[in-house]
Design a binder for this molecule. Structure first.
Ligand SMILES: [Zn+2]
Length: 263
C-alpha cells in the first residue's frame, strides 16, 4: 500500500514537470525571437504560429552576415520606412494619397511619381503591368477581412469565429496590412481574379525584381522570407526609397530585417 502511494506521488511529480515543460516551450514560441545573436537581425514574430519552424541553419548564419553589413545612414522614422505587420499593427495611420492614373487605385502622394516611373519602365520593356490593390484604409481592410470571413462561414461548415481564423491566413487582419501604408502595391502581368503565382508570367516578375529598386521599390513578401513576414506574395511591391531599396535587394533582406537593425 505504501509503495503504491510512493509510485502514485512520483507519477504525479513527473506529470507536473512535463506539463511545466510544455507550457514553457509554448510561452517561448510567442515571445521575441532573436536570429543570429544580439548584434544582428532580430525580428518580432509574436503572431506567427511557430516562428522557429521555418528557419534553417544558413538563414541563421545569414543573420550574422547582416550584422557585418554597413547599413545606410538613414532616419528609420521617416515615412518611407513605415512598417505595418501582425507584430506591429496600426489602426490610425492615414497618409495623403493620390489616384494612380485613372485606375481608381490610390498611393501615397509622396511616392506616386516613383510608381508612375516604375510602371512606365515596365511598359517600355514590353510588359502590360496590371495594378490591382494600392492603398487600403483600416476600415476598408476591415471590410475585406469581414467579407472573407462571412464567405467562409456561409455554407455552415465553419462557425463565424472559425471562419475568422481561416480568413486570417488568407487576408491580413485589419491594422496589419502593408497596403495601409499607402506604399504597397500588387502588380501582376495582367488582370487575375484569383492570384495564382504558378499561372503568372515569370519573365515579368524577373524584370520587376531586377529593376524595381531603381525606382525605390522592393519585393515586400518574398517566398523565402515567409517565416519572418508571415506572407508569400511575389506580386506585392513596396516603396522604401532608392537608397534603402538598393541595399535591401542587394543583400537579400526583407523589410522586417532592415527595420529591426535600426530599432
Ligand atoms: Zn498585396
Amino acid at each position: 500500500m505504501r509503495i503504491k502511494k510512493t509510485v502514485w506521488v512520483f507519477s504525479m511529480i513527473v506529470l507536473l514537470f512535463t506539463l511545466v515543460l510544455i507550457v514553457n516551450s509554448r510561452v517561448q514560441l510567442t515571445s521575441e525571437v532573436i536570429v543570429g545573436g544580439s548584434d544582428s537581425v532580430f525580428v518580432r514574430t509574436d503572431n506567427l504560429d511557430d516562428p522557429l519552424s521555418g528557419y534553417t541553419k544558413s538563414e541563421t548564419s545569414n543573420g550574422n552576415k547582416y550584422a557585418e553589413l554597413e547599413f545606410p545612414n538613414i532616419n528609420i522614422t521617416d515615412w518611407e520606412y513605415i512598417l505595418i505587420n501582425s507584430g506591429k499593427p496600426m489602426n490610425s495611420y492615414a497618409p495623403e494619397v493620390k489616384q494612380f492614373e485613372d485606375s481608381g487605385l490610390y498611393f501615397d502622394s509622396r511616392a506616386i511619381k516613383s510608381l508612375t516611373a516604375l510602371v512606365q519602365a515596365a511598359r517600355d520593356a514590353g510588359f502590360e503591368p496590371y495594378l490591382s490593390i494600392g492603398y487600403r484604409s483600416f476600415s476598408s481592410q476591415q471590410q475585406v477581412f469581414n467579407e472573407k470571413a462571412s464567405e467562409l462561414s456561409q455554407d455552415g461548415t465553419y462557425s463565424y469565429e472559425e471562419a475568422r481564423q481561416i480568413a486570417a491566413e488568407l487576408v491580413a487582419k485589419p491594422g496589419t496590412s502593408d497596403h495601409q501604408t499607402g506604399l504597397g502595391i500588387d502588380i501582376t502581368d495582367k488582370q487575375y481574379d484569383i492570384y495564382d503565382y504558378s499561372k503568372m508570367d515569370r519573365e515579368f516578375f524577373a524584370w520587376l525584381d531586377a529593376h524595381c529598386a531603381e525606382y525605390g521599390f522592393i519585393k515586400r513578401y518574398p517566398s523565402d522570407k515567409k517565416n519572418i513576414t508571415g506572407w508569400d506574395e511575389p506580386w506585392h511591391y513596396r516603396y522604401v526609397g532608392t537608397e534603402a531599396a538598393a541595399f535591401i535587394s542587394e543583400n537579400g533582406l526583407c523589410l522586417e530585417e532592415f527595420v529591426s537593425h535600426y530599432s
